[in-house]
Design a protein around this ligand. Structure first.
Ligand code: PGA
Length: 252
């Protein structure tokens, strides 16, 4: 049985007060302890979120992830945060290759691969995001794009490095748009990703969690998570609403 994982990506949202309230309303106490749950606040909020969760009677099992990381270990990189720093502050997961980073901040496949390697070096779990734009899907290039993105990471860390990763398929056209890939559309791409891993290492392909992200909500999570190759979700907007997030976690 593969690990089930739900990760909330809070993006650049929230204040100290609203985040504290959100954490107080999330309730993971009744969930199967085998399900991995994490939330990804901004770097600035990480320390407070780690502290509040560690003291929480109902949410101490929720881990904290970062939304970004520098590919270098340390040095003159103004504005950046290293994986080692994140680890020191109690972070367990790092999102790498999110489409907003690729599109808005020009992150290349190579940079994403380097960030993945840096994350693993510090003992953290990279959540490697891949996904096609609407234009790429319409041109029939979905598989080509997501496999190119995955291959760049495999090339850098080796197939054995994938054991330390979680993969997330996030069609760009479904992120923050309210438009979700249908369970069948998502499953098709998840199967292609797993198939690629299978060609490299069959055992590893079986155990690597592949999450779906893109307008996951309480109302569609169960159908998505029921697909054979979908092992959980990377949740943006709905992770900022405690009731929605609770229900999505329960669906996993
Ligand atoms: P969304 O975002 O759930 O708001 O579509 C998903 C993501 O960007 O990870």
């Amino acid at each position: 049985m593969r690990r089930r994982v739900v990760i909330g990506n809070w993006k650049m949202h929230g204040s100290r007060e609203s985040i504290s309230e959100l954490l107080a309303t999330i309730d993971s106490s009744c969930l199967d302890p085998a399900i991995e749950i994490a939330v990804c606040p901004t770097s600035l909020h990480i320390a407070e979120v780690v502290e509040q969760l560690s003291k929480s009677s109902k949410n101490s099992r929720i881990a904290v992830g970062a939304q970004n990381v520098c590919d270098a270990e340390s040095g003159a990189f103004t504005g950046e945060v290293s994986a080692q720093m994140l680890a020191e502050f109690g972070v367990r997961y790092v999102l790498v290759g999110h489409s907003e980073r690729r599109e808005l901040y020009g992150e290349s496949d190579q940079l994403v691969a380097a960030k993945t390697a840096a994350t693993i070096s510090s003992g953290l779990t990279p959540v490697v995001c891949v996904g096609e734009t609407l234009a790429q899907r319409q041109e029939g290039k979905t598989e080509f794009v997501v496999l190119r993105q995955l291959n760049a990471v495999v090339q850098q860390i080796g197939i054995e490095g994938i054991e330390k990763c979680i993969v997330a398929y996030e069609p760009v056209w479904a992120i923050g748009t309210g438009e979700t890939a249908s369970p069948a559309q998502a499953q098709e791409v998840h199967a292609a990703l797993r198939n690629r891993l299978q060609q490299l290492d069959a055992a590893l392909a079986e155990t690597t969690p592949i999450l779906y992200g893109g307008s996951v909500k309480a109302s569609n999570a169960a159908d998505l998570f029921a697909q054979p190759d979908i092992d959980g979700g990377l949740v943006g907007g709905a992770s900022l609403k405690a009731e929605e997030f609770n229900a999505i976690c329960a669906s996993a």
